[in-house]
Design a protein around this ligand. Structure first.
Ligand SMILES: *[C@@H]1O[C@H](CO)[C@@H](O)[C@H](O)[C@H]1NC(C)=O
Ligand SMILES: *[C@@H]1O[C@H](CO)[C@@H](O)[C@H](O)[C@H]1NC(C)=O
Ligand SMILES: *[C@@H]1O[C@H](CO)[C@@H](O)[C@H](O)[C@H]1NC(C)=O
Ligand SMILES: *[C@@H]1O[C@H](CO)[C@@H](O)[C@H](O)[C@H]1NC(C)=O
Ligand SMILES: *[C@@H]1O[C@H](CO)[C@@H](O)[C@H](O)[C@H]1NC(C)=O
Ligand SMILES: *[C@@H]1O[C@H](CO)[C@@H](O)[C@H](O)[C@H]1NC(C)=O
Ligand SMILES: *[C@@H]1O[C@H](CO)[C@@H](O)[C@H](O)[C@H]1NC(C)=O
Length: 353
């Protein structure tokens, strides 16, 4: 068999292998739409219309995707239920953690999105103190002090900061972004957390939305059709974030901060798309306008005139900004491979503590 196909099959299988955490796994996640399992739509009170969610869960869930997100695949690996959004008042299950990620969130609040990373951390602290308070009063099935201590804290934010950074003082904004991620980890650590998993930001200049709106001429593009300046901006953020993770690893006694290079995973997926069985790596499945990007700012995925690719097609981009379930599955399997992490340890490392 073709060696590329073999590795693709092995990768796909990795997602379905289950960790040995047993029932101990607890995750608290912070971030933006890349890991929002419904917080934004719960918070603002709306439903995401089909075809959004057409593969999973076939009904509005607030995930900006055709199906599952990377965090959903990571929960499947841990054999725990998908993370309920902190703001979802009905049907939620917080026995194995909670999701504070909100679509559109950045490390700083802005007019249409107050759910910045520091606010998400405050929500977590409130969640923790209420859990402990209610447990002391005799409530059952809530996470206790040990659970909070041994939980994994995952952070995946920065993409929306890049939008802001390119519209303002870039270097200033990147410094603030990285500093806020550092503060978030420090604050959770000060409140007893010790296991952290940080995703860097993906190749911003490869988002079909960005390329279609920002491309002036072909010299703006790299060999794969991505915007060079925007990708360099993402790399600058990641370079600083990586350094901050190293710093925290040596400063915070007994803590582990794993930095995972999502940029390289996603860039490889786009650059080598056909090896992974994908087509048209820079075209949105769901949008308007057709090739090359199928993106139109005024007719976005989910609006009445938008059109989606057929359900069996293999796109990387779902709506021009967010990845498809098929791409997310591949990203999750790469994360589980440990190959892109520093230090290079398994995703379920926190269970053995
Ligand atoms: C996954 O969890 C379920 C209970 O939720 C359990 O019955 C099953 O054995 C677990 N699978 C593995 C492989 O641990
Ligand atoms: C950003 O931080 C770096 C140090 O990490 C510093 O050299 C640089 O001057 C800062 N930039 C701004 C605009 O504050
Ligand atoms: C960017 O911000 C830094 C720090 O606040 C400042 O020193 C620098 O002059 C600013 N640059 C521009 C172009 O505004
Ligand atoms: C593209 O932009 C570059 C730099 O802005 C410029 O030097 C070049 O002439 C442009 N090429 C075309 C074909 O317009
Ligand atoms: C680190 O772990 C050791 C061994 O469990 C413990 O004695 C020590 O108090 C811990 N330090 C902090 C800051 O938690
Ligand atoms: C594409 O795949 C090849 C072979 O696995 C690898 O060496 C290369 O780094 C990949 N390209 C990118 C941009 O990741
Ligand atoms: C978006 O679609 C509308 C309606 O067809 C069209 O008028 C407009 O030119 C399109 N915009 C772009 C940038 O293609």
């Amino acid at each position: 068999m073709n060696p590329v196909l073999v590795s693709v099959l092995l990768l796909a299988l990795a997602v379905f292998v289950v960790s040995e955490c047993g029932t101990k796994a607890i995750i608290f996640n912070f971030g933006d739409s890349n890991s929002d399992t419904g917080g934004y739509s719960a918070g603002l009170g709306f439903n995401t219309p089909l075809p959004i969610g057409r593969l999973f869960p076939h009904q509005p869930s607030g995930r900006l995707c055709d199906g599952r997100l990377v965090i959903d695949f990571l929960c499947e690996y841990l054999n725990i239920s998908y993370l309920s959004p902190y703001l979802e008042s009905l049907g939620s299950d917080f026995k194995h953690g909670a999701n504070f990620a909100i679509s559109g969130a950045a490390t700083q609040a802005y007019a249409t999105n107050p759910f910045s990373l520091p606010v998400q951390v405050l929500q977590f602290l409130r969640f923790k103190s209420r859990s402990l308070h209610l447990l002391a009063q005799g409530s059952k099935d809530l996470i206790n002090e040990d659970g909070f201590m041994n939980a994994l804290y995952t952070i995946d934010i920065g993409q929306n900061d890049l939008y802001g950074a390119f519209a303002s003082n870039f270097s200033d904004r990147i410094n603030i972004t990285v500093n806020e991620i550092k503060n978030a980890i420090q604050t959770i650590y000060d409140h007893g957390g010790k296991n952290f998993w940080v995703h860097n930001t993906g190749p911003f200049g490869c988002l079909p939305e960005r390329v279609s709106l920002m491309k002036k001429n072909n010299s703006d593009l790299d060999a794969y059709g991505c915007l060079i300046t925007l990708n360099n901006g993402a790399k600058e953020l990641n370079f600083k974030l990586s350094a901050v993770c190293d710093e925290l690893n040596s400063e915070l006694e007994n803590a582990t901060v794993v930095y995972t290079d999502i940029y390289s995973v996603k860039y490889d997926l786009i650059a080598n798309s056909s090896n992974y069985g994908f087509e048209s790596p820079l075209m949105a499945c769901c949008g308007f306008g057709g090739p090359p990007y199928n993106f139109n700012m005024s007719i976005r995925c989910g609006s009445t005139r938008s059109q989606a690719c057929s359900i069996n097609s293999k796109y990387i981009s779902w709506d021009g900004v967010h990845y498809t379930e098929a791409a997310n599955a591949m990203v999750a399997s790469k994360i589980l491979s440990t190959e892109y992490s520093k230090p290079r340890i398994k995703f379920d490392y926190f269970c053995s503590a």
